[in-house]
Write a protein that binds this ligand. Structure first.
Ligand code: MN
Length: 231
């Protein structure tokens, strides 16, 4: 097979304890999955889960610079547990869901909050707020065979060493198995898919020069520098 333009290679994440990498296919994100964050955004925590997407090439590796994106004056961090799918499935049962997980990592759902707010107001899609370049910083993936399936433990993010977000995975409204179950009713999940599972309270803006450091207890940390520059 030859192409009229060169196809890009797939974005990939390092895997802890391995020289091999995890190729990223799709990035699904769960909206409003921690009660305190749902309340800070003025929404109802009893709503069922819903999903939005980021492009796979929005992945930004740990230690990278995050170029401040255009068209926004309110770019915000959302620290999240990232679940990496290793086994394909559709209409997956809750009881079977964790068998489809390869491993997990730490990510930041970077958000142009002003564009997202405008989209909500105008009942338009969220893509402008969520699906921009470099909008998905993500750590290395730790295989489930090494760490299991974390469902409790501190999840936190600091900006310039000041703690902004400080929650616990056990505050998730919809756990990982339920998110996989729900999402797989709608679309087929395939190896390489990532699910960003929502953020605790404390989301807020960053500016060029800031350093974001985030982590999940027992899983790892992620450090990203916000810079001025071409996006
Ligand atoms: Mn999010």
């Amino acid at each position: 097979m030859s192409y009229v333009i060169s196809p890009e290679s797939r974005p990939a994440l390092p895997v802890n304890g391995s020289s091999q990498t995890f190729p990223v296919r799709r990035i699904h994100c769960v909206g409003r999955n921690y009660a305190d964050h749902v309340r800070e955004m003025g929404n109802d925590e009893r709503d069922p889960p819903f999903f939005f997407s980021k492009p796979a090439d929005a992945i930004l590796l740990d230690g990278s610079d995050f170029p401040y994106p255009p068209l926004s004056e309110d770019v915000q961090h959302e620290i999240e547990l990232v679940v990496a799918i290793g086994t394909a499935g559709r209409s997956i049962a809750k009881e079977d869901a964790l068998n489809h997980v390869y491993g997990c990592g730490v990510g930041i759902d970077m958000t142009r909050r002003d564009l997202q707010a405008k989209a909500k107001e105008m009942r338009r899609p969220w893509d402008g707020g969520k699906a921009f370049d470099h909008a998905a910083p993500c750590s290395a993936i730790t295989p489930a065979r090494d760490i299991g399936h974390p469902d409790k433990g501190r999840i936190w993010l600091s900006v310039n060493d000041e703690i902004r977000q400080d929650g616990d995975l056990d505050q998730q409204i919809w756990g990982v198995a339920e998110s996989i179950w729900c999402l797989s009713q709608s679309v087929a999940l395939e190896p390489g898919d990532l699910i960003m599972t929502g953020t605790p309270a404390g989301v807020g803006p960053v500016k060029p020069g800031d350093t974001m450091t985030g982590g999940i207890e027992g899983l790892g940390e992620l450090r990203i520098q916000v810079v001025d520059g071409l996006f």
